[in-house]
Design a protein around this ligand. Sequence first.
Ligand code: CTP
Ligand code: CA
Length: 222
Amino acid sequence: RLLDDRPKPLSGKTAIVTSGPTHEPIDPVRYIANRSSGKQGHAIAAALASLGARVTLVSGPVTIGDPPGVSTVHVESAREMLKAVEKHLPADIAVMVAAVADWRTAGESGEKIKKKKGEQPPALKLTENPDILKTVGHHQHRPGLVVGFAAETQNLIDNARAKLERKGADFIVANDVSPETGIMGGDRNNVRIVTADGVEDWPEMDKRNVANRLAQEIARRF
Ligand code: CTP
Ligand code: CA
């Protein structure tokens, strides 16, 4: 639409959104990753922008394009993602959608690791990545509204409630990412919104509609 005359309840507000997977290098040619497509996070960034927010999207490696009307910063690893997010604080709203790799290799090899005749395969030693949502949720420049996701394959609500508490978030958008749901990488999503007040089940819908409804919900808080 050339003429977008919809109301802009988030005009004057700034938002940071993370999206996509992260890649954690093993050596110059190999990395650890996950199945996140970035579709949900990118749609949320676009939806917040369409409500008038000034949005910075910090995206891990994805194949989809940058959303319109949003300033996109491209990163690879969790540590780069954290640095980019902190650089854009303070902000009014943070929505941490990225499927950040929980672990990276303890010692990245500067050279391609080679097979060696008669030797066992190399073991990957892992170390924990920084928790970006938790850092933002407890930051001295904590945004007024902090939203996280909870990707689970079991005990969805209990795990989401624990994340709400532990990470200092105002909402957790909980979704079941079991392979049979097709959510990871797919176009549709089935979420429950977990807040201190309770749980709201949303019907299954397109990721774009989840994004628009979440943006409306965020706007209602201001
Ligand atoms: N998250 C993050 N940084 C991390 C891990 C997670 O910012 N290093 C954020 C995600 O973007 C999401 C929320 O935390 O908004 C929950 O991510 P999830 O993977 O479901 O939870 P974890 O805390 O990593 O716990 P686990 O994977 O063990 O369930
Ligand atoms: Ca995780």
